[in-house]
Write a protein that binds this ligand. Structure first.
Ligand code: M6R
Length: 587
């Protein structure tokens, strides 16, 4: 069913209300449609709607137990029929699902004759459980049997009118149990549970749980033996997962960045040193990641080469498998991920571990699948990141890699100094007057058909990241290029007034990137220079103080802010871009 949000409670004063508020916190995971089912007066009642959650209360009766879902469609269009929860033919069983049931076409044949309301793979599972319940009288066991038949990376939660508990099963997509005696809960993420409890259990793949107000029983699919899981305490606050007065999470998270970097400079030196040591020891080293995290990895590749003189490769999660011949017991796989749930990144780590490689991850969410899968984890400690566009997690990853590169060169204190310089530079960018100018630029360029972003060296991944930010939140076509590549084809696209952002920091790339920018200007393009000093060829100038190797950090912040204001200028909600979901848990 895709990348969705799941929220459920077993004993609330008003389950519908609590679930609605939980779903609002999970909407970043999917926002095509939503739905809630509650058990009221012994019967199941539901409400479903397409689009984002636009209501402040449900029309459901007050009840104690319920399940809710926000959807990001994969199978079946955005319709009420395809929205979750799905019901069986009796209307007594409701199911919510995250993931894709790979063998749904085979399973569909087993429920011939059943009445299906939509076209989703999820609904088939509800009907399979209904069928199983004809012979198996225990809901927990019936779900267990059916889940065993499913293939793919999934999470299911089932509620039945006649059973006083919920059943949660995980084969891939995240599921977290909120441990609150008398009122246990379930969710797709930790942040949405913070207002209820900080005690959580992360379900593992292959586990199934029976959850009632005072019962949490976890088993594996293949055994009836109880598994005693560790209850973890989360140290995030509910406030850190709120907008804290900012109009959008994206802006709030951009403004979180100085304190994220300060924290890294103060507390991550030891772990960065350890990472440096592991890199020095390994033979083939691959950083694997997706999207923005993959650009952080590419930035790391330049930083390790430039600062530590070490070749550390970066690979996109979905492409990593093609390096099979190079991964063995002497290899090191460094996975980078904000969520720790990105399926391609997780699969890459499994792939590397299967070949005997060591896995270290840089991850923001403690207890996430990647955290649990890795041999060692360096937590980004950036606090919850909720906007779909990743901002502070990018900076945190690059800062840690930068520290590790300096550590390999025995110059960690210099890395700390550089991060502090970058932090000061970011504070200047976040200043009111600077932001006002960025807003003005955004208004000027809001109708642009496309934008180009140029950089060389470590500013090349910065250009890729800047382009991704602009694309995903403003829907303006933006492309990041290594400036030297322009004349090999891309320049054909430049015409009168095409805006071109140019990263021209105080390093060895300066002269060459300026000459690349000149080629654009000569063809009518408008140059927005992001640099430590003005240059006569800049049509617009965005100053960024030199912060040595860490100048990439403030440079990217300028682009994040510009992307944010472009979205606003175009009347868009930057927190929930169309077609996107925060956590990409399907392949
Ligand atoms: O949670 P992860 O860091 O593993 O996520 C990876 C990408 O899905 C993510 O960075 C995505 O590209 C963002 N939308 C970028 O802003």
């Amino acid at each position: 069913m895709g990348m969705c949000g799941i929220f459920a409670t077993t004993n609330d004063q008003d389950a519908g209300k609590t679930i609605l508020s939980g779903l609002k916190k999970l909407e970043y995971r999917g926002y095509d449609s939503w739905g809630i089912a509650v058990k009221g007066g012994g019967k199941l009642r539901s409400q479903k709607q397409t689009g984002r959650i636009a209501v402040s209360k449900t029309n459901l009766p007050k009840s104690k137990m319920g399940i809710g879902h926000t959807r990001w469609a994969t199978h079946g269009g955005v319709t009420i029929g395809n929205a979750h929860p799905h019901f069986d033919c009796t209307g007594k069983l409701a199911l919510i699902h995250n993931g894709i049931v790979d063998n749904y076409q085979d399973l569909e044949k087993k429920v011939k004759g059943h009445e299906l309301a939509g076209e989703t793979d999820s609904e088939i599972i509800a009907h399979l459980i209904e069928k199983e319940l004809k012979t198996e009288k225990d809901l927990f066991l019936a779900v267990k049997k059916v889940v065993r038949l499913t293939e793919g990376y999934n999470a299911f939660v089932v509620m039945h009118q006649d059973f006083p508990y919920l059943v949660a099963a995980k084969t891939g997509s995240p599921l977290v149990i909120g441990v609150k005696p008398g009122e246990n809960l379930l969710s797709s993420d930790v942040a949405s549970l913070l207002g209820h409890t900080k005690q959580v259990i992360f379900l593992e793949d292959g586990q199934i749980a029976k959850i009632a107000p005072d019962v949490i029983r976890i088993e594996s699919y293949t055994s009836a033996k109880e598994i005693k899981s560790v209850v973890q305490t989360i140290n995030w606050t509910a406030k850190s997962a709120s907008k804290s007065g900012f109009p959008h999470f994206m802006l709030k998270e951009i403004y979180d960045q100085p304190s994220v970097l300060t924290n890294i400079a103060e507390s991550k030196v030891k772990e960065a040193r350890e990472l440096g040591k592991a890199i020095a020891k390994a033979k083939n080293i691959f950083m694997v990641a997706c999207g923005t995290a993959s650009y952080a990895a590419l930035a790391g590749q330049y930083l390790f080469a430039g600062i530590a003189g070490k070749q550390v490769n970066s690979a996109i999660g979905s492409e990593f498998y093609y390096y099979d011949g190079f991964i063995n017991t002497r290899s090191l796989c460094i996975a980078l991920s904000q969520s720790g749930e990105t399926i391609d990144t997780l699969q890459s780590v499994k792939f590397a571990k299967d070949r005997g490689a060591k896995a270290i991850s840089l991850v923001n969410v403690k207890g996430s699948s990647l955290d649990r899968l890795s041999d060692e984890t360096i937590l980004l400690t950036a606090g919850p990141e909720k906007a779909v566009a990743s901002t502070k997690a990018f900076l945190a990853k690059v800062a840690i890699l930068l520290l590790a590169a300096h550590a390999m060169n025995r110059k960690t204190p210099h890395g700390v100094i550089e991060i502090k310089q970058a932090t000061r530079a970011i504070r200047r960018i976040l200043d009111f007057k600077y932001q006002k100018y960025l807003k003005k630029l955004a208004v000027k360029f809001k109708h642009s058909h496309s934008m180009f972003i140029l950089g060389r060296g470590v500013s090349y991944p910065a250009a890729l990241e800047a382009a991704l930010k602009i694309k995903e939140v403003s829907y303006i076509h933006a492309e990041g290029f290594a400036a030297g590549e322009l004349k090999h084809g891309v320049i054909a696209l430049v015409n009168q007034n095409t805006p071109c952002l140019v990263f021209a920091p105080n390093d060895e790339t300066y002269r060459d990137v300026i000459s690349g920018a000149m080629e654009v200007k000569a063809r009518g393009g408008l140059i927005i220079g992001i640099s430590h000093k003005p240059n006569p060829m800049f049509d617009f100038y965005l100053p960024v103080p030199d912060s040595g190797n860490s100048t990439i950090l403030p440079n990217v912040v300028v682009a994040q802010c510009l992307a944010y204001y472009l979205a606003l200028a175009r009347g868009l909600d930057p927190d929930m871009p169309r077609n996107l979901a925060k956590s990409v848990t399907v392949k």
